[in-house]
Design a protein around this ligand. Structure first.
Ligand code: MTE
Ligand code: MOS
Length: 708
């Protein structure tokens, strides 16, 4: 293993473990007003009037009329309002905010506000939704010919549900008018510069009039990519009106019901098979975007790019749409569109193999891509594809091949076993040319006279370890002790824009900028002098240019790879599935710190297992999310952690720091198909499962069919 992988104590370990870290809800400062959201009661309605009772001294009501700038939150497209316009589009949409010193008084005012609505018919069904937010299509090869020549054509539909990020710290933001007239916005977030851009626009002011600081953040998992821009604008507008600091922190119920989550999906796969091999796939992908577009464009792009999985499919047609429904807007969650399509393609491959009477793993192996092959978008897998070795590693860990054959035999009795296997990749960094054309990352190192070095970048520590791994890279390259290098939470008034903390890009892309900056600093180092060095992103020259209008070219420079097996035992009396073991081999390049990366792998894999098994969330016929507490929305707890065996398979990426690739999201992506295939095998018979999560209730329904 590379020297740099040797684990250290995380820089933020002690303050977090000792409870000294100050999160936005902990800030104790005189004069903070509490903000409480007035939310829509209906999924779709015209707002006729809002009658606010007489407010006691020091209390305020804030809404769209108070937005000094544009009532549009700057995300990807302009449709998310800061505060609701003439209509409300989902239950819980913020209409206004009551602010004041006492929370209970704010609650009381809120309960006395009368909102007059004209109810409209909401669209709640993804199958019937007709308002298309985004519509993408691409193809390669000759799909018509392949279908015409096929021996057999398979068509199946797959469905996945919501998944909520359930970070430990709920969403929370605060805005403080400063004496010099600037607005200071801070809180729990992944992307300080996104919030900065959004608040500038809402307040109609220049870049120097706002600064944004990330407070200690208790997890994001994608949920704090765009959402803090919305909440940041809401509190900034409120602080502007009140002339005082305003803080809004959600309780868990609000967070579960009204903040962005993973897009539910509906995928239809039509697959041509000739001489026992898949020759073509015609794929239709639908994502439930919710009421506003937020991040649906980019989530959908990634989803459709992975729609043919790790397989070399010469003839391919993919059509993807993100559709509007009158529900909470969906957004980013670790994996970013990929878990949905990988679920579908992996299950599809399993089902075809079964129908052909061949082993599912062997069938998949016969179709796997290798280095040099074309990607779905006619780019290239430029670097090694280590899947064959990774299959061996998983097999050695759990006896996959033998068990997979053994459990395929008919089983009787109360307890039945199955083992499922899946493979996937995660394209490292932004899709397409976003890094080059939009982000244009800049990072700096500031060496002080005493020889300590500060990292100046805008990426946020959200539990993935950046406050430790960034300094490790710099200390390593400068050959100075780790204690001499530090990385604070970013404040946009002090750090350049090195881009957002998303797409598993920070460590790989910004980490490499920092490594290069450290090399520069080393060569220019002068004892006792204050020095600043800077590096800018340059795209590696091997890339095949990506055209988003045609979905053609290298969507990603490189890929992290995953292979995983999940072994289960199903209790046919209760429907409850026990996980006997979850085994994986993950290639994320060189680990920047073994323990941190292992934590990422195990944590992500477990989130994927939650997505596959118990994390069911849905809305009722009025459009209200029903699973709004941890007793209704079941995430794996400490007692649910199965035997988790994750191995790291290292293929170094020459353009990442010391060979590192994007790591954070990968381990979640492939868990669901492995889990559901395992249940399918345990249940045996002719059952074909088509959705995730697959809960105990779902198992009971299948068993009831078997009995009937
Ligand atoms: N790990 C922890 N502990 N907490 C998080 O919020 N977010 C994930 C992943 N791992 C997350 C995490 C997501 S969604 C992303 S995109 C990546 O970390 C970010 O990795 P990066 O810092 O390399 O960009
Ligand atoms: Mo991660 S879903 O890209 O924040």
């Amino acid at each position: 293993m590379h020297n740099i992988s040797r684990s250290v104590v995380k820089k933020d370990h002690a303050p977090k473990m000792e409870g000294r870290s100050v999160y936005v809800c902990d800030i104790d400062k005189h004069g903070i007003l509490c903000g409480k959201m007035l939310r829509s009661k209906y999924a779709r309605a015209k707002l006729l009037s809002v009658k606010v009772p007489e407010l006691p001294d020091g209390y305020f009501y804030v809404d769209k009329n108070d937005v000094p700038g544009d009532n549009n939150v700057n995300i990807v497209m302009d449709d998310t309002p800061v505060y609701a316009r003439e209509t409300v589009e989902y239950i819980g949409e913020p209409i206004g905010m009551v602010c004041g010193p006492d929370e209970a008084v704010c609650e009381d005012i809120l309960s006395r506000i009368e909102v007059e609505y004209e109810e409209l018919e909401p669209m709640l069904d993804l199958r019937k939704a007709d308002e298309v937010f985004f519509n993408y299509e691409y193809e390669k090869g000759d799909i018509d010919k392949a279908f015409a020549e096929a021996d057999k054509v398979y068509t199946e539909e797959f469905e996945t549900g919501y998944q909520d990020q359930t970070y430990l710290e709920t969403q929370g933001m605060m805005a403080e008018p400063e004496e010099d007239g600037r607005m200071f916005v801070h809180g729990s977030m992944q992307c300080a510069y996104y919030v900065h851009g959004a608040v500038m626009r809402a307040l109609n002011c220049g870049p120097a009039d706002v600064h944004v600081h990330q407070d200690v953040t208790g997890g994001g998992f994608g949920g704090k990519e765009a959402f803090p821009s919305i909440l940041g604008c809401q509190v900034a507008v409120a602080a502007k009106k009140c002339g005082k600091p305003v803080r809004c922190v959600f309780d868990r119920r609000e967070d579960l019901e009204f903040t962005s989550k993973r897009h539910p999906s509906l995928c239809t796969y039509k697959v041509a098979v000739k001489d026992g091999k898949v020759t073509a796939m015609d794929i239709d992908v639908k994502f439930n975007g919710g009421a506003y577009t937020t991040l649906s464009a980019v989530v959908l792009q990634r989803g459709i790019i992975c729609a043919d999985g790790v397989y070399n499919i010469e003839n391919l047609h993919v059509h993807g749409r993100a559709l509007k429904t009158n529900t909470t807007p969906c957004g980013a969650y670790r994996g970013f569109g990929a878990p949905q399509t990988f679920f579908a393609v992996e299950m599809m491959m399993d089902h075809i193999a079964k129908d052909l009477g061949v082993d599912t793993l062997e069938f998949k192996e016969a179709h796997m891509v290798k280095q040099g092959d074309a990607t779905s978008t006619s780019g290239k897998y430029h670097f090694p594809v280590p899947l064959p070795a990774m299959i061996d590693e998983v097999n050695n860990a759990c006896g996959l091949r033998a068990k997979h054959k053994e459990y395929a035999k008919p089983q009787t009795g109360r307890y039945r076993k199955g083992i499922g296997f899946s493979m996937h990749f995660h394209g490292a960094g932004f899709t397409g040319s976003g890094e080059r054309d939009i982000i244009k990352a800049v990072a700096r190192l500031h060496k002080y006279k005493d020889g300590t070095v500060e990292i100046l970048a805008s990426n946020g520590e959200i539990g993935q370890g950046l406050r430790t791994t960034f300094p490790k890279i710099v200390a390593h390259e400068l050959n100075i002790p780790l204690e001499k290098v530090f990385y604070d939470h970013p404040d946009t008034s002090r750090v350049p824009d090195s881009g957002p903390t998303v797409a598993s890009r920070s460590l790989m892309t910004v980490g490499e900028l920092l490594r290069r900056a450290a090399i520069k600093l080393r060569t220019e180092w002068e004892e006792g002098k204050d020095q600043i060095v800077e590096e800018r992103f340059v795209e590696p020259d091997f890339m095949i240019p990506f055209y988003l209008d045609k979905f053609r070219g290298d969507a990603y420079p490189t890929y992290a790879w995953g292979a995983q097996a999940i072994e289960v035992e199903v209790d046919t009396h209760t429907g409850i599935t026990k996980i006997l073991g979850a085994y994986a081999s993950f290639d994320v390049g060189t680990p920047m710190d073994y323990n941190i990366v292992m934590g990422q792998m195990e944590g992500g894999f477990l989130q994927g297992i939650g997505y596959a098994s118990t994390e069911f969330m849905n809305y009722d016929n009025k459009g209200r999310i029903r699973n709004n507490s941890f007793s209704d929305y079941l995430i794996p707890t400490a007692v649910d952690v199965p035997v988790l065996n994750c191995q790291l398979h290292v293929e170094e990426y020459p353009f990442g720091p010391y060979g590192a690739k994007g790591a954070g999201e990968l381990p979640l992506v492939g868990a669901a198909p492995a889990y559901v295939e395992a249940i399918e095998q345990a249940l045996g018979g002719d059952f074909r499962l088509h959705h995730a999560p697959f809960t105990a209730e779902d198992t009971i329904k299948i068993l009831a069919k078997e009995e009937a």
